[in-house]
Design a protein around this ligand. Structure first.
Ligand SMILES: [Zn+2]
Length: 473
């Protein structure tokens, strides 16, 4: 009994001594906290009132119902411009105008894909924008499949020459939509690579994330000097069907019809303004794009974007007169290659802009704000973050912003703001016949309007209430 007691006592007294002799890790660095400024009551009030906004729904519903599909450069897009002018004037905007430009107009004709052997069946396909046309009777060729653009690039020309190329990918759903860049490679680079190697056509797995039997269209362009070939997208179930057949190891023959045409035409940007009290102050530019792909009614892409930004500008207009002019642009012909955005930059790119921003990622809620206003305007960027935080919007980068039509302006050094929307379901619908009004959630649409209203309230330099007008006599 006694020896045991002594040993236990020794252990008990030895333990603290041993711990004291152990090395202690360097304390973890404490993170630098971000303290945001308080939000002025007027800004908070404007933001919160927008959570009950109806203007955005009214615009998105009207444009997607009364115009519907409005492919770039077509008569439908021209009708959409006329609709936009009427709508913007009726909302009370000033200087409403159309700025026209010329462009090549690509339109879709009959399209079909059919496996002739080894297992004859039809597949669901559509042409990618700017695809070359097959003859009306279509073309027939052997299909050679690749798991990635890298595999297609690495293939000897002899494997591809004279064949119809198929390229797949594994684009995932992500909140920030970041899969669209890399996994869009088969659409953006695939056609040029296939053509250089002598392919007669290319079909890709749609750049999308859903399992509906809807192909996703989208634009592509051939590199300079590359012979244009027909380029199409299979719906994802059809792409997987084709892969399963290819895996059986027997030669596959496909008949492919992708008829399309190109003709010279015109498009235009629709511009409207809320004039500022200081006409010399650099303007604030917000907007979205007016054109859409031809198969849906362009509700999320991008009736939502023009609706959200216009509604926000309208809410500021109704509150009074901002110091800076707010310019709303409904860009024309974004989808086939940023024609409206590039034209705006050609016309206005040398004039100062206080900030530029575009909404073009559907209608789901905003979850992050990025900005690129410059180092000296960091307090303003922090004020923006503070005004947005109560909407559940995470403060993001201060040296980064992007947008489709405004991307070239930001690239040229104009200050920019970017609101990231939840893109989890965006690429289920994007560029398909499913892009219709029912995909817009009115509550999330209002959160977007509140966020854009807050941005305009912070950046417009203060809003003076308009003096009450006397009774008309
Ligand atoms: Zn878009």
């Amino acid at each position: 009994m006694k020896p045991y007691f002594v040993a236990a006592l020794l252990i008990a007294t030895a333990a603290p001594a041993a711990a004291q002799s152990l090395p202690t890790p360097t304390p973890a660095p404490s993170g630098k906290p971000t303290y945001l400024p308080t939000v002025p009551a007027e800004v908070a009030a404007l933001r919160d009132a927008a959570l009950k906004d109806d203007y955005a729904w009214d615009i998105a519903e009207g444009l997607s119902t009364e115009i519907g599909p409005r492919l770039a450069g077509t008569e439908a897009e021209a009708r959409a411009r006329a609709w936009a002018v009427t709508k913007l004037r009726s909302l009370g905007f000033s200087n409403v105008r159309v700025e026209r430009f010329a462009m090549p107009v690509w339109t879709r004709g009959p399209e079909a894909a059919e496996i002739l052997s080894p297992f004859p069946q039809r597949l669901v396909v559509n042409a990618l924008g700017n695809s070359a046309s097959t003859p009306p009777e279509g073309i027939t060729g052997e299909v050679v499949g690749f798991d990635s653009v890298a595999d297609l690039r690495a293939a000897p020309d002899a494997v591809v020459r004279g064949k119809i190329v198929f390229v797949t990918h594994a684009m995932p759903r992500t909140q920030d939509g970041s899969g669209y860049g890399f996994f869009g490679g088969p659409r953006r680079q695939g056609p040029s690579i296939a053509s250089r190697k002598g392919a007669i056509a290319i079909v890709i797995r749609s750049i999308g994330t859903d399992y509906h039997r809807n192909p996703h269209t989208g634009s592509m362009s051939f590199e300079a000097g590359v012979r244009p070939i027909p380029a199409g997208a299979l719906s994802i179930p059809d792409a997987e069907q084709l892969q399963r057949i290819l895996k059986r190891g027997q030669p596959m023959t496909m008949h492919l019809t992708l008829v399309s045409s190109v003709h010279p035409g015109e498009s235009g940007n629709v511009i409207a303004e809320v004039p500022g009290s200081d006409p010399k102050a650099p303007i604030l530019l917000v907007g979205g794009h007016l054109d859409s792909w031809d198969q849906g009614t362009g509700a999320i892409d991008d009736a939502a974007g023009v609706a959200i930004t216009t509604a926000a500008a309208k809410r500021i207009m109704d509150a009074g007169r901002p110091l800076r002019t707010i310019r709303v642009v409904w860009f024309g012909s974004e989808e086939p290659g940023l024609f409206g955005g590039m034209f705006y930059k050609d016309v206005y790119g040398t004039q100062p802009h206080y900030a530029v921003a575009e909404s073009d990622f559907g209608a789901d809620r905003v979850w992050k704000v990025n900005s690129k206003l410059g180092k000296e305007r960091e307090p303003e960027a922090r004020a923006l973050q503070a005004a947005l935080a109560p909407l559940g919007i995470v403060p993001g980068a201060l040296d980064e912003a992007d947008g489709s039509d405004v991307g070239p302006l930001i690239g040229a050094g104009h200050p920019g703001v970017e609101l990231s929307q939840d893109g989890t379901r965006y690429f289920d619908i994007h560029h398909t016949p499913d892009d219709t009004l029912d995909k817009i959630d009115p509550q999330q649409l209002r959160q977007n309007v509140a966020a854009w209203t807050a941005i305009l309230a912070v950046l417009s330099g203060g809003i003076e209430p308009e003096p009450k007008r006397g009774k008309r006599r």
